[in-house]
Write a protein that binds this ligand. Sequence first.
Ligand code: HPA
Length: 281
Amino acid sequence: MNQLCTRDDLSAAVNSIREHCQLRPRIACILGSGLSALAERVEADAVIPYSEIPYFPSLSVAGHAGRLVLGHIKGIPIAFLQGRAHYYEGYEFSDITWPIRVLRLLGVDTLLLTNAAGGIHRGWDTGDIVLITDHINIPGLAGNNPLRGPNDDSFGPRFPAMSAAYDTELINLARESANRLNISLREGVYAMVGGPNFETPAEIRLLRAVGADVVGMSTVPEVLVGRHSGMRILGLSYISNIAVDSSSKLSHVASHAEVLNTGAMVLPRLAVLIEEIIQHI
Ligand code: HPA
């Protein structure tokens, strides 16, 4: 879809948001599976269903509310996206990342991305919060990339670097924030897979062998499009389930219900961490 959309289409989306609300946030936070309630901590100026914003993808997955919340946290203007579209819902990567370009045109330069992920790193546990320091883009390595197709030079270069995709200053800020709050923070590499199935034990062993610490079905396309247009990125996962790496552990079968239950458990901790980070950006 996005490939066929023009600057006019993007402007239509931006204008429709501005008609609801004149707020000019520089920070946006995308709330992953089970985390939509985090936006309840915002003093909201406007809550806009995605269905009212031209070309925003509609969402079909439980735990993703599908609303743009514009408001303030501790006096700081911010946009929260309650939920995201996924490739496995049938969208192209360029559709999924349409909202990132809209946010860029709204003036957002800092993206906080959150998600639920399966834990691969041995010893890490359900409910742990993981600061993403790098990623492995499994669909992208095979050429499936939101930046595929004609490049819009007004957003960024044809060949954007991803050597520091996750902003070093924001990583430090997240570490310091977690320290101050006494919240323990893991750090590691996020592997993106297409889904919707959870991985086989052999796939998990493969991902571990190539250096992945957590695995999920989102976030990376947003990082690519955000970085392409010069946005600074911070990524936070919470481990919603431990990825099964051996058929002898099959008594534990991953499910979306487990993802959402863990999300509810992690939410208060993640909320205070994100608030602390936002105040220091
Ligand atoms: N695998 C892939 N994506 C996920 C998982 C998982 O185990 N948990 C949450 N998102």
